[in-house]
Write a protein that binds this ligand. Structure first.
Ligand SMILES: [Zn+2]
Length: 461
């Protein structure tokens, strides 16, 4: 991604620049006490602080992008789940349908077997009918012979009756003829007659059964056609859902890829910030070394002229609020002071027109002392802009940064509550505020940046 490459380049540039700065410092800064060295250190220190802040902002952006993408991923996940459950439903419907089709097909197979069986039986019966008919023809010929013999004996009308009858059954139906044949012949004929009736009725029954089965088979065939149509519909819905799912899967993969890249970016920023913080610690140690060599120590008696009463005052009058605390920004980056803003009774640091309430407001020395550093040139000054440091003579030092202007210069003795300058937005700031720090040098010469709120407390609003 272009974005990523851009970010990475910036990070690498920052690391490179920092490496150069730190190498320069470690070579160029002996335990010297010249004002110029302190200025250089302060400038480098502030430059680092600014870069750390920038990187933290970038990290914040990357993290929020990661969060957005994770939300997106969650949505895609639930979309995939919904589609998958739709596919499951379709699958189970198709399965049921397949079962139905299979069972109907079984019934059709059984019916077809039944029809085949009936056809066989019908064939058998037809054969029997043919045989019986043949037997009847023979019997008729036999009877005709006998009747002819009787006719020779003088019974003329019978022959006419016989020959006028084309049909065997109607022939046998004529009761009067029965009296003309022998008892044995009559019984033979009766047997044949009843057998033919029986076969006729069987044939009729089989034909009926066959018709019923064929109707059933046709009906089942129709059902299968409609079930097959339904199954085709379901299969096509399923393939639509599967298409949708693969689209969503694709999107999911894309978002996951972006998240992976962002995670990597985030790791790189974190590493850059860590490296910068380490270098800044080194710089800080050197600044502390300067104070160790030049500042007052705990246990020292302050100059009488300082009128140090041992209790610092809040450096801004009126309603105020702390917008960033010690020892780190809300984002986690190091912040060795507190940021003080003037506010209204609701805590807002701006008026209804959006203008800062702090800009131009005076700030005061928290305690009497001597100004040991003062920059009032309106320049960047390593990010502190116009700033000053006051040594209170008892091992405590206070620093005031981002001023619109200063009222004091190096060497001035100031009284507690005396105006040092006006709140401004010079140096590295997002808006006007007073950056206030307290440093302590103990009797052994160890210098530490301490929680300013242990020395002063915000009156609030
Ligand atoms: Zn600050």
């Amino acid at each position: 991604m272009n974005l990523k490459t851009g970010k990475l380049k910036k990070v690498l540039c920052v690391i490179f620049a920092l490496t150069c700065v730190v190498s320069a410092i470690s070579f160029g800064f002996p335990q010297a006490s010249a004002d110029q060295s302190l200025e250089d250190m302060q400038r480098q220190y502030d430059e680092l602080e600014k870069q750390i802040q920038e990187n933290e902002e970038k990290l914040g952006e990357v993290n929020s992008e990661i969060k957005d993408n994770k939300t997106k991923l969650g949505k895609l996940n639930s979309e995939i789940n919904a589609i998958e459950s739709q596919i499951d439903i379709l699958d189970s419907r198709i399965e049921t349908l397949n079962g139905n089709i299979k069972s109907i097909q079984n019934t059709i197979d059984t019916t077809t077997n039944d029809i085949d069986e009936i056809n066989k039986q019908t064939e058998e019966i037809n054969k029997q009918i043919i045989e019986t008919n043949e037997l009847m023809t023979e019997t008729r010929a036999l009877l005709l012979g006998r009747i002819r013999e009787n006719y020779m004996a003088g019974e003329a009308s019978t022959l006419e009756i016989i020959f006028s009858s084309n049909d065997i059954s109607s022939y046998f139906a004529r009761k009067e003829l029965m009296s003309r044949v022998s008892e044995k012949d009559a019984s033979l004929i009766q047997n044949l007659e009843s057998k033919i009736e029986e076969l006729d009725s069987l044939q009729k029954q089989l034909a009926e059964n066959k018709t019923a089965l064929e109707a059933k088979k046709t009906e089942l065939g129709t059902q299968i056609v409609s079930l097959n149509e339904r199954q085709t519909d379901l299969e096509s819905s399923k393939s639509v859902q599967e298409g949708k799912k693969s689209e969503v899967d694709e999107k999911y993969k894309e978002v996951q890829g972006v998240i992976n890249e962002l995670d990597q970016d985030s790791e790189e920023y974190k590493a850059a910030i860590k490296a910068q913080e380490k270098q800044m610690e080194e710089l800080e140690a050197q600044i502390d070394a300067y104070i160790k060599a030049n500042g007052s120590s705990e246990g020292d008696t302050p100059d009488e002229n300082f009128n140090n009463d041992g209790k610092m005052m809040w450096p801004v009058k009126g309603k105020t609020t702390v917008t960033a605390g010690f020892p780190s920004y809300p984002s986690g980056g190091a912040h060795w002071g507190i940021d003080i803003c003037v506010c209204d009774s609701s805590g807002s640091t701006r008026d209804s027109n959006g203008n800062s309430l702090s800009l131009g407001k005076p700030y005061y020395a928290a305690q009497g002392g001597k100004v040991i550093i003062a920059h009032n040139d309106g320049g960047w000054n390593s990010g502190f802009g116009n700033y000053c440091v006051v040594d209170h003579g008892d091992g405590t030092m206070t620093l005031y940064a981002h001023s619109k202007y200063l009222n004091v210069s190096v060497g001035d003795v100031v009284q507690k509550g005396q105006q040092l300058g006006a709140i401004g937005a010079t140096g590295n700031v997002t808006g006007p505020h007073l950056h206030f720090e307290v440093r302590v040098k103990d009797a052994n010469g160890n210098v530490t940046r301490v929680q300013p709120l242990n020395y002063v407390s915000c009156p609030g609003y």
